[in-house]
Design a protein around this ligand. Structure first.
Ligand SMILES: CSC[C@H]1O[C@H](OP(=O)(O)O)[C@H](O)[C@@H]1O
Ligand SMILES: Nc1ncnc2[nH]cnc12
Length: 298
């Protein structure tokens, strides 16, 4: 292991707020700051502040006012920006459609797997000039998952631990045939944003976990109309209050000093680089400074 992969870690928690979550209330010492990255601009300025005295950073995934569509998001810039400002842990909060009867609107799912059906997005920081292959076998940090589950249960929120999030390209919602197909695959929920976000967080050696907040039954459920934005928005404003309460409850748990992540997220690049040092393109390597500097400069 590169000798800079040691603890203890002073965590800084980044929160990516999805649809309906464009701000975090109750933040002290609040300040929006512009962050530039080699991958272009992130979705918006980053909001810095303190909750219960603990520092955290918030990024509205679609920008304030929800200006950017799922396919138009600069996922690389968002993840690089969070790492660049010192984040070690990323909590993703997302609105989703339910693919299971037992996950009704208002329910929270602490995701543990993803299926990536997106096709029109930049999915890696690496490529020609510096190739790396990280493991995505276990895409979610189970330490963060434990903390989110505990906090949700402590608040009495309806929560399920574990579930597969199917990421579709969008922006249109699924056809009935697609919805039925994804159900037959055993998927729990459907959304448009968590891939490649989770892949990029892994490449950047960030601990990442998603709380999926159910807003609708997509279009497969006979007893419910096919999803509309109107319906999603109605439910997600209720969900958003619960999401904010969850963030407040989980921060004191995940914000405490710790050793290296027991899930291995923070040394994911350890055995992943395959391009020989002499064959690496210096320009590509320079771009990767924040994301992979730990291993590239070891
Ligand atoms: C407004 S419904 C569709 C929209 O909501 C979800 O976004 P996010 O994950 O950022 O909450 C879904 O993935 C779509 O982007
Ligand atoms: N049914 C659905 N499909 C895709 N993304 C969603 N976000 C919220 N509901 C959704």
């Amino acid at each position: 292991m590169a000798d800079n992969a040691t603890g203890p870690v002073e965590p800084l928690v980044g929160i990516i707020g999805g649809s309906g979550l464009y701000d975090i209330d109750g933040l002290e010492e609040k300040e929006w700051r512009t962050v530039e990255t080699p991958w272009g601009p992130p979705s918006d300025d980053l909001l810095f502040g303190r909750l219960h005295g603990l520092r955290c950073v918030f990024l509205p995934r679609h920008g304030r006012g929800h200006k950017i569509s799922p396919s138009g998001l600069n996922y690389r810039a968002n993840i690089d920006a969070l790492k660049r400002v010192g984040c070690t842990d990323v909590l993703s909060l997302s609105a989703v459609g339910s693919l299971k009867e037992e996950l009704p609107p208002g329910h929270f799912v602490v995701i543990d797997q993803f299926i990536d059906r997106t096709f029109a997005r930049e999915k890696s920081f690496f490529g020609t000039g510096c190739v790396a292959h990280v493991s995505m076998a276990h895409p979610v940090c189970s330490r963060l998952g434990d903390a989110l589950e505990g906090a949700a249960r402590g608040l009495g929120l309806p929560v399920t631990r574990g579930g597969t999030y199917l990421t579709m390209e969008g922006p249109q919602f699924s056809t009935y045939a697609e919805s039925v197909l994804y159900r037959s695959w055993g998927c729990s929920v459907i959304g448009m944003t968590n891939m490649p976000e989770a892949k990029l967080a892994r490449e950047a050696e960030l601990c990442y976990a998603t709380v999926a907040m159910v807003t609708d039954y997509d279009c497969w459920h006979e007893g419910h109309d096919a999803v509309t934005v109107d319906q999603v928005v109605k439910v997600l404003f209720g969900n958003a209050d619960n999401a904010r309460a969850l963030v407040k409850a989980v921060l004191p748990v995940v914000g405490q000093g710790r050793d290296l992540c027991t899930s291995g997220c923070d040394h994911a690049l350890e055995y992943s680089l395959i391009t020989a040092p002499a064959a690496r393109d210096p320009e590509v390597v320079a771009k990767l400074g924040v994301v992979a500097g730990r291993v590239l400069n070891a």
